[in-house]
Design a protein around this ligand. Structure first.
Ligand code: NAD
Length: 464
């Protein structure tokens, strides 16, 4: 794909209002390989106006017709699957097979799910003498991160379109090319002009302008807790709806009687996947004291198989490279025992981090509390189930988690007591229709499936 030097606004690529640009860097070798325009408040304003102008028409389009357009979008994405994978590999650094399967495959599946949900969602219901209408909220400002760059876009744009909303997207500055590719597929799918608009740019400039724009009705944000807090404050001042998908520090609880080798193997794979840059990653492994050393040895062996450049890519940028290795140094400094990896970068050029496993981690340590967002696993010991529950629930986050037990019912009973939005039981498969989102400081609202669609609706009651 050839990078665009403009913004996709009102159904066409328009010159940017300013002259600043953003370099796109390949994290595997630090080479700048493209530039995109850095949008300003003027670009955001033009995009919001286009989205507003298109809103009534799109909201009044019958759901079946909206569904047909989203199905066409799914098809356009599927037709460019290889190009999506190559683009994400170039700007994020993920190994190509992973980009094929997940960075391209997942958003295609999610777009498909909303093609179906748009057609079948009950947008009206009768309650007593009222007809309750579920109407689109209006113009959506979507601000997305770089870690699953296309998935995060589709997980916001597809349900918003299904609901009848129009959208202005500000994608992450590290991964703007796949966002431009997405805009091309929107165009190919024949969505009416203005229904989807793209402004590339920096968070504190274009992102802030979008979150603060008075004609945006809902801001949907995924990213860091610090920025999420700021966006919620900005949106709150204007009494604007807000959906936040923030960080996580999820617990992988291995109860006595579980298949330890499987639980540890899947747990390590979960953390190393996407170089640890997954908000729902199970970055804390909780193991009963009796089987602790056995689990640590299994985890160290499993981590050693993640050879950088083969099964695992670099982290996204220089800032994350420093930050992740800073956390590893902090773990050592606070007394955790390094059993795999460490602070040494496995290659000279590029943002490479060694897959790292820490044992003897205690619940108060920084590496047991803060989101590292890199390939770093902390293994903690617990004394009994109550202790495991206290540790699992003992962070400010609550996004995901896992429970393993010999007896499925025991695992489910434990999962019911966890303060978190999703729990996989004995390796339960990812479900793209299940609501995804956080308890506590992991966020507000839900994405994916029917719950993701209702985020973009507001209700009106007619009594007759
Ligand atoms: P970030 O929160 O700064 O960026 C996410 C998005 O918000 C980007 O599009 C960015 O341009 C935009 N943004 C930044 N400042 C903004 C502002 N003031 N107003 C409006 N939009 C703004 O995240 P980051 O710096 O790329 O990553 C830092 C940390 O965030 C990571 O180490 C990780 O812990 C966390 N993170 C979490 C997720 C997640 O999926 N929950 C994704 C990415 C990063």
């Amino acid at each position: 794909m050839k990078p665009h030097d403009g913004m996709y606004i009102d159904g066409d690529w328009r010159p940017a209002a300013g002259t600043e640009t953003i370099d796109v860097v390949n994290p595997a070798d630090e080479q700048v390989f493209a530039t995109v325009p850095a949008g300003t408040a003027a670009d955001v304003d033009a995009a919001v106006r286009a989205a507003r102008a298109a809103f009534r028409g799109w909201a009044a389009t019958p759901p079946a017709e909206r569904a047909a357009r989203i199905a066409a979008l799914r098809d356009a994405l599927a037709a460019r699957r290889d190009e999506i994978a190559e683009t994400v590999t170039a700007e994020l650094g993920a190994p190509l097979p992973f980009s094929q399967a997940v960075h391209a495959g997942l958003p295609i599946a999610v777009a498909g799910s909303y093609a179906e949900l748009a057609a079948t969602h009950p947008f009206e219901e009768r309650i007593g003498n009222s007809t309750v209408l579920h109407e689109p909220v209006g113009v959506v400002g979507a601000i997305t991160p770089w870690n699953y760059p296309l998935h995060q876009i589709v997980a916001k744009v597809a349900p918003a379109l299904a609901a009848g909303c129009t959208v202005v997207l500000k994608p992450a500055e590290d991964t703007p090319l796949v966002a431009q590719l997405f805009a091309e597929t929107v165009h190919e799918a024949g969505l009416p002009a203005g229904v989807f608009n793209l402004v590339t740019g920096l968070g504190p400039v274009a992102g802030q302008a979008l979150a603060a724009h008075e004609d945006v009705d809902l801001v949907s944000f995924t990213g860091s807790t610090a920025v999420g807090r700021q966006i919620a404050a900005t949106a709150g001042a204007a009494v604007k709806r807000v959906a936040l998908e923030l960080g996580g520090k999820s617990a992988n609880v291995i109860l006595p009687g579980a298949d330890l080798a499987k639980a540890v193997g899947v747990g390590v794979a979960n953390v190393m996947s996407n170089t640890g840059q997954t908000c729902s990653a199970w970055t804390r492994m909780l193991v009963h004291r009796d089987r602790y050393e056995e689990a640590v040895a299994l985890a160290a062996t499993a981590a050693a198989k993640y050879v950088p450049g083969e099964r695992i890519g670099p982290v996204v940028n220089a800032k994350q490279h420093e930050r992740v290795r800073g956390y590893i140094a902090k773990g050592v400094e606070e007394g955790a025992r390094l059993v795999a990896g460490g602070t040494d970068a496995p290659r000279e050029r590029g943002y490479w981090v060694s897959p790292t496993v820490f044992a003897d981690v205690t619940p108060q340590m920084t590496i047991a509390q803060e989101e590292i967002f890199g390939p770093v696993l902390s293994i903690l010991a617990y004394e009994d189930e109550e202790d495991a529950l206290r540790i699992a629930n003992g962070t400010v986050y609550g996004l995901a988690g896992a429970v393993w037990a010999g007896d499925e019912a025991a695992a489910v009973a434990f999962a019911r007591r966890m303060d978190t939005g999703q729990v996989d039981i004995n390796g339960g498969r990812f479900n793209p229709l299940a609501p995804f989102g956080g308890y506590k400081q992991s966020g507000v609202g839900r994405e994916l499936g029917p719950h993701g669609l209702t985020e973009y609706l507001q209700t009106k009651s007619l009594q007759f």
